[in-house]
Design a protein around this ligand. Structure first.
Ligand SMILES: NC(=O)c1ccc[n+]([C@@H]2O[C@H](COP(=O)([O-])OP(=O)(O)OC[C@H]3O[C@@H](n4cnc5c(N)ncnc54)[C@H](O)[C@@H]3O)[C@@H](O)[C@H]2O)c1
Ligand SMILES: [Zn+2]
Length: 383
């Protein structure tokens, strides 16, 4: 890194600044510690009226709401808080409607800002509410899970779930600012931290083998809460996602590579029934390993790369095959394959998978040979 690049990465309060280049919708992501304590002064320059509505969940509120509210107040911003129940169930139209009513009752107007303080559920729900309230008001992301800091808070996708499936109603609505305060990850349950780590490893596996090398070396320290590697890991992940999003805001091509492991993983999540026994990141970990195994079978990818990926995820404590997830009776390979066919990436009824030429070299493969897919799934499910 040249000194100049280092300068451009240095943000306020010792944080790393990652610019997301989207023309008039450009914004900064700040990654580091102490950002929630300084959220008032960081948000203030973006406000057209000093009024914010903070949306958070019942787990996060007792941990970080006071810090954020006090910082806003100290900066001369009036702050109102709305607290929704924790969990995926809050990404619903019922919750959205209540939230919109609450926002308006809290004095939200087109010049105020919504702050989403929480994990991906809060970011998606509050972001969507901001997208539709009064035909769109500004919002900022204050992500508190590793998944939200490295994935869901970046990219501008917001939405809620429908009975027909997850994230089926939503909008692209870019935040004005993302404050990824890595200090907030200290209170995150270990399993949630690891689920987010699967998405971090994904960035290395899909497009950046040097970052994968770095994770092999430093991932354990970051996961143990060491603030310097943790901030670097979050910043590098945001940079990776921001680069893809900037090149492909609405998911026409490159952005699809971010789905590495997801077609395999979504199918497992649907088989498991979204009841908390299999977290999304855990499904992605299994899915990435399966995608690399399939790539090896197709002769695209060195077996050593697939083995390194499997070893790293397993060493972190993530599941790498369905049998690693306790308490679920999986259907067979045919059931897994059938559930993969409904994935929304499939063009003209043809299965499209993100496979890999090696670590850091993912690519889209349309209609891969079924026999190879079936053999891969069978082997992954073998006792
Ligand atoms: N918009 C996108 O691009 C995008 C991308 C990936 C995922 N998502 C969405 O993100 C959601 C999952 O996000 P998630 O994994 O952050 O789940 P989540 O928001 O449900 O958070 C997980 C759990 O951790 C708790 N929690 C959050 N921060 C905490 C903290 N610092 N300390 C202690 N507990 C804390 C929450 O209350 C919750 O119980 C899904 O709905 C998914 O669809 C969206
Ligand atoms: Zn994901």
């Amino acid at each position: 890194m040249t000194p100049q690049q280092q300068d451009s990465a240095a943000g306020p309060h010792g944080a790393t600044r990652i610019p997301v280049e989207l023309g008039p919708r450009s914004y900064d992501i700040l990654a580091g510690t102490g950002l929630f304590e300084n959220s008032g002064v960081l948000v203030k320059p973006l406000l057209r009226r000093p009024h914010c509505v903070v949306v958070t969940d019942a787990n996060v509120a007792p941990l970080y709401l006071e810090t954020v509210s006090e910082s806003l107040t100290a900066a001369g911003i009036t702050a109102r808080a709305l607290i929704v129940p924790a969990g995926e169930g809050s990404k619903s139209f019922t919750q959205l409607e209540g939230l919109l009513d609450g926002m308006l009752a809290s004095g939200l107007d087109r010049k105020s800002m919504v702050l989403a303080l929480g994990g991906g559920v809060i970011g998606d729900l509050a972001g969507f509410a901001a997208a539709v309230a009064l035909r769109g008001v500004d919002f900022a992301q204050l992500p508190t899970t590793l998944l939200a800091q490295t994935d869901s808070a970046v990219g501008g996708k917001t939405g809620v779930n429908l009975a027909a499936g997850k994230n089926l109603a939503g909008a692209f609505h870019q935040p004005r600012l993302v404050l990824a305060d890595t200090g907030a990850l200290a209170s995150l349950p270990r399993r949630e931290l690891l689920a987010g780590y699967a998405e971090v490893v994904k960035y290395g596996a899909l497009g950046d083998s040097a970052f994968f090398d770095w994770l092999e070396e430093n991932g354990p320290r970051a996961l143990a809460g060491d603030s310097a590697p943790l901030a670097h890991m979050v910043a590098a992940s945001c940079r990776a996602k921001a680069a893809v999003v900037a090149a492909d805001e609405r998911e026409a091509g490159r952005r699809a590579l971010l789905n590495l492991g997801h077609t395999f993983g979504h199918a497992l999540e649907s088989a498991a029934g979204y009841d908390g026994r299999l977290l999304h990141g855990e499904a992605v970990a299994i899915g990435m390993v399966t995608a690399f195994d399939m790539s090896v079978r197709l002769g695209m990818c060195p077996a050593a790369d697939a083995a390194r990926l499997r070893r790293h995820l397993a060493a972190a404590g993530l599941p790498v095959r369905p049998a690693d997830v306790p308490g679920i009776g999986w259907g067979g390979a045919a059931d897994w394959e059938k559930r993969m066919q409904v994935d929304k990436k499939n063009a003209d009824g043809k299965l499209v998978l993100v496979l890999a030429r090696g670590l850091g070299r993912a690519e889209l493969v349309t209609a891969p040979p079924r026999s190879v897919l079936q053999a891969t799934l069978k082997e992954a499910l073998a006792p």
